[in-house]
Design a protein around this ligand. Structure first.
Ligand code: ADP
Length: 491
């Protein structure tokens, strides 16, 4: 029933009754060990940490903290599986295992989605409609490549690298695991993967799926822990390749650690993407794209459209429509199917976002937030925009990783392009215009790995993804994603 608590207060006055996804169907253990050599084992020092639900601060499970010795065990298991089974297996057979993972993931999609929302705080609509289906799609896509590598690299022979160490962040826990594990397996590598410390549960569920799919023990090992565990993977001499997604700061540390070693690496780091809206764009559509680009998923997206560059003649209209739309966004229970903006992933991340709100105001920006009510417990941030900001402001230059949009105006095409490119990052961008020629000119001029035209945040396993400048090194996804896991030689 619509009560004053759940009634959405804005002109028109729609009211949404709560529509929570049930959690009866999910199974979580109280305590998780490390997935090494095909089974869950206790960490050698018996240390565990809590993983909590950021929407209510309640503990969901305890998770093992892997030490250097545990990482060593995992790398040895991966090496044994690589030399003994996986690299020798006919590619067609490898492909069958990967298809099996994809199918089991689809069968358990509801459970994966609910756990992703519980552990990470993202709305169930996102985990159900985006994260989980896309993760399965990546396994399907790369399963298809396993026995066709000769066609991926015509005239050359693609050999696996060996053991891949993979470190992933908390914003797309299952999807990032799929991005990394699927191409590694398809090309004949074995894996040691570490999920982020605040979102380990879907990776551990994936470990269960991998066991159920009957993968030979040690082909995929999943170790949990924080930065120290990640560093132990990066520095382990038995690892042949590092794939990292996370902050630019940690990316720098990793790149320094790998300099001068024979390890191959890909780094997918931060972003500060601009959505460029020209006066001739379909304005309502653009406003929806802006909202999708920065507010959905709490702005916890490295390719989020965290800057808006809008042509001066339509700036007032766009900002007015954006403010109106912001009032309709529902912030709250991630498991509720009506929710647009879920919980901020951790108290640390919330503090970081709040410190940027303070900085933005001190720098002279005008801050506007929607008027929505926030739940009392948990970590929350209202959708926020800053107008009146300058190119040199920190809220324009630095990655905030929250639902915070910095808005600037421009008069000419060249000004828009110069402003869009004027950050240390280059992961993604968006252009909104009615004119095809402007789209081509802008996409050629933007120094960003992905540029969306009249849409935003669209993903597909066949598309490569990665950054320019401080946004990273290498590409993941598509055919390019295979290249990162092979060495090429003569047939
Ligand atoms: P974000 O907050 O954007 O996810 P981080 O870069 O802090 O960014 O974290 C991404 C991943 O990197 C996490 O799994 C984290 O545990 C791991 N990590 C943090 N510090 C290090 C480090 N020094 N070496 C390797 N991995 C690390």
């Amino acid at each position: 029933m619509a009560t004053p608590e759940n009634k959405l207060a804005f002109d028109g006055g729609w009211a949404y009754d709560p529509a929570p996804e049930s959690t009866d169907h999910i199974s979580l253990k109280k305590r998780y060990g490390l997935f090494i050599g095909g089974e869950f084992v206790a960490p050698e020092n018996s240390r565990y940490f809590d993983t909590i639900n950021p929407a209510n601060e309640q503990k969901l499970a305890r998770v093992a903290e892997a030490s250097e010795a545990d990482v060593d065990r995992a790398v040895k298991a991966a090496r044994a599986a690589y030399s003994g089974v996986w690299s020798r297996m006919p590619a067609k057979e490898r492909g069958k295992y990967i298809y099996r993972i994809a199918r089991i993931m689809q069968e358990r999609a509801r459970e994966f989605a609910a756990i992703e929302s519980l552990d990470g705080g993202k709305p169930i609509r996102e985990s159900r409609d985006i994260d989980v289906p896309l993760a399965a799609a990546h396994f399907f896509y790369y399963a298809g490549w396993a026995d066709k590598l000769d066609y991926a690299f015509p005239g050359q022979r693609a050999k696996p690298l060996g053991v891949a160490g993979q470190i992933i962040p908390w914003n797309f826990p299952l999807l990032m695991a799929a991005w990394k594990i699927a191409p590694a397996l398809a090309t004949g590598n074995t894996v040691v993967l570490k999920p982020a410390e605040t979102t380990p549960l879907t990776a551990l569920k994936l470990a269960e799926v991998i066991a159920d799919a009957g993968l030979p023990p040690g082909v995929v090992n999943i170790v949990t822990g924080a930065g120290k565990t990640g560093a132990a993977i990066v520095n382990h001499p038995g690892v042949d390749k590092i794939a990292f997604t996370g902050s630019t700061n940690v990316g720098r540390i990793i790149q320094r650690a790998l300099a001068g070693t024979r390890k191959k690496y890909t780094l997918e780091l931060g972003g500060k993407a601009a959505n460029v809206v020209f006066a001739d764009a379909a304005i309502d559509q653009a406003v929806e794209g802006i909202v999708n680009g920065i507010f959905f998923n709490q702005g916890h997206v490295c390719c989020a459209g965290s800057r808006l560059l809008v042509q001066e003649s339509v700036a007032d209209e766009v900002v007015a429509k954006l403010k109106e739309r912001m009032e309709t966004l529902i912030v709250g229970d991630p498991l509720d199917k009506n929710t647009d903006i879920g919980a901020i992933n951790s108290s640390m991340q919330l503090e970081k976002i709040q410190s940027y709100l303070k900085i933005g105001k001190e720098e002279g920006g005008e801050m506007h937030q929607s008027a929505c009510r926030l739940p009392k417990k948990g970590y929350w941030c209202r959708p926020t925009i800053f107008t009146g900001v300058a190119q040199s402001n920190r809220v324009v230059q630095e990655e905030i990783f929250g639902p915070v949009l910095a808005i600037q105006t421009f008069r000419s095409f060249d000004e828009a392009l110069a402003k869009a490119n004027n950050t240390p990052y280059g992961l993604s961008g968006g252009v909104w215009t009615d004119k095809g020629a402007k789209i081509f000119k802008m996409t050629q001029g933007l120094r960003a790995g992905v540029v969306w035209a009249n849409t935003f945040n669209k993903f597909d396993p066949t598309s490569p993804f990665g950054g320019y400048k401080e946004s990273g090194v290498g590409r993941e996804g598509g055919l390019h994603g295979l290249d990162a896991y092979v060495k090429l030689g003569a047939r």
